[in-house]
Design a protein around this ligand. Sequence first.
Ligand code: G6P
Length: 616
Amino acid sequence: MCGIVAYLGQKIAQPILIEGLKRLEYRGYDSAGIALLSQGALHVKKAAGRISFLEEKLDKPLADQNIGIGHTRWATHGKPNETNAHPHIDYTGKIAVVHNGIIENYATLKTWLNSQGAQFKSETDTEVISNLIGYFYSTAKSTKNNDRFEWAVQRALNELVGTYGLAIMCTDYPDTLIGAKKGSPLILGVGKNEYIIASDAAAIVEHTTQAIYLSDGEMVVVNPAGFRTTTIDNVEVRKELNQIEYSLDQIELGGFKHYMLKEIFEQPNCIATCIGGRLDEKNGRIVLGGIDKFSRDLTKTKRIIMTACGTAWHAGLVGEFLFEQLARIPSEVEYASEFRYRNPIIDEGTCVIAISQSGETADTLAAIEQAKERGATVLGVVNVVGSTIARTTDAGVYLRVGPEIGVASTKAFTAQVAVLTMLAIELGRRRHISAEQAKYYIEELKEIPQKISRILTQTDHIKTIAQANIEHDNWLFLGRGFNYPVALEGALKLKEISYIHAEGLPAAEMKHGPIALITNRMPVVFVATKCSQYDKIIGNIEEVRARNGCTIVIATEGDEHIRNYADHVVFVPDAPEPLQPLLTVIPLQLLAYHAAVLRGHDVDKPRNLAKSVTVE
Ligand code: G6P
C-alpha cells in the first residue's frame, strides 16, 4: 500500500529510484513520482498511472544527482492524479516528502497551517507533513542538541496522529536523508558508500543484503558519514544489521508471463521448503523451532483464536477445521478488522495466531496489539522475514516461500495452510491423535508437493474451462467441510483479478437464498472431492443441474462417476480430508488466472487493490 524508496550514495539516483519503484509497484500503482536534489534545488517529476508513464516524462539524469526520493501510490486522500502524486514539497520549497500511511488529524493540522500562511496544492494528507516540517524548519529559533532539519522533522512527527513510513529531504542538506516509521514498514539498506530507504526489501536487494528494520516511533538520519537511529523524541537507539534473506532471482519473472502464474507454479517447491526439516516422521512429531519456547503453553492451550485478513483469513478458516479435527481444540478465526474493535474475550489458555503474508497488514497488527493487551500469547504465521508482525508477535513460524509479488495471494495461502496443518498435527499428537495417526498425516503431507505438480499439468484444460464460461459475470463457488474455505478462496481469487462477481458459500447454504440466482448463465464451481460429505455435495450439484446451472467440478482422480453431474471436471489426486485444501485450491487459482488473462486484465496489478494493506 504505497511504496517508497530513497537513495543516497555516489551513484546517479534516478535510475535506482525508478528500478526500486518498479519493484515496489505491487504495493500501489495509481500514480508515481520522484524528487532529486542537486545544486540546492529539488527536481520533481510525477505522473498519474503506472511507473512507465513516469519514466516517459523523465529528464536525462545529471551526474551530481546522488540523492533522491520516490513513491508509487495507492490513493487514500485525493484522486490518483499528478497533483496528488508524491513527492510533496512544502510551501517554502525546501522540504520534499514521500509517505506511506494515513495522517488521521490532517484536517486540523491543515487548518492550523493555513492560518500560519502555508498554502496547499493537493488534496492529500501527506502535504500536511511536508508543510508542517517546512513550518517548523523555517520558524526554528533554537534546535538544542540536534540540527535544524532533524529537529523540524521530530517536531512535526510529534504532531501527527496516524501512520507513516516516510523519506524526507531538505534543500539545505544536500547530503542528508531522513526516514521515519510508525505503523507502516520502513527498512534502511546499508551498502558500500550508499544507503537505500524503502518500504520493503524488494527495492534494496539489488544493491545490498544488509539492512536495519526501523520500529514504530523511530527515525534514521543518513549522510555519507553513516547513519544514526533515534526515536522521534531524539533518544539514541542502537539497531542491528540484518541479512536480507532473499535474492534477486526470487523477485524476477523468470520466463513466466505474470508473477501470479510463476507463484502458482512455484507451489510444489514452496510447500517442500515450508515443510522441509520440520517433519519428524520417525516419531510422528513436528519440529517448529520458532515456537519452541512456547511449547508448554501450547500443550495447555484451551482455545485458539486466529486473526487475519483476506486470503490469510481463508487459511485461518482451514486452520479452524484442522485444530478442531486433529487436536480437538476449540478454534475460531476472526477478521482482524472486527476483532480489534470487539472487546474480545481472551482467557488464560487462549492462544492467538496472527496469519499474514506481508506481516504488515494494519488491521492484523492492531488485532495483535489488542490480544497482547489482554494477556494472550500471540504467535505469527508470516511470510516476510523481519516484518512488523514477525517482530511484534511473541514467536512464530515463517512460511519460507520467498517474496510473493502477485497481488492475488497464491503460494502464501498454501504455505499458511501447510503451517497450520503442521501445528494441528503437533498439537493433536500431544493430546488426541496416536503416533501412528500423526505419522500417517506426516507421510501424506510429504506427498503434497508432487501432487500439486500433477494438478499444474492441467493448466491448459483449466484454461479451456475458463474460456467456455468467460462471458458470464456471476459465479458461485461451493464446498463443504474442509473444502468450504477453499470455495471462499476460489471466489475471492476470481473476483479480485478478473472483476467477475463471485460468491463462495458452504454448499448446503445455497438453498437458503443463492439458489434463486441459478440460471444457465451462472457457472457454479463445486469442490466435490471424495470426503465424508461427498454424497451430500452430489445432492447439491443435482439441485443446481435441475435448474439448468452450469457445473464445474473439482473431483478426486478416479471418480469417473462424477462426470454424470458435471459440465466440466478437474481431477486432483486423493489425500486425507484435512490435507485436501492444499490440493483443491490449485485448480481454482488457475481458473481465476486464466479468466483474468482472457478478459485482458493486468493480473499482477488488479484494479484498486494493493498487496500490502498498511492502512485501516
Ligand atoms: C490484501 C491482499 C490479499 C491479502 C490480504 C491480507 O488484501 O490483496 O492478497 O490476503 O491483504 O494480507 P496479509 O499480507 O496480511 O496476508
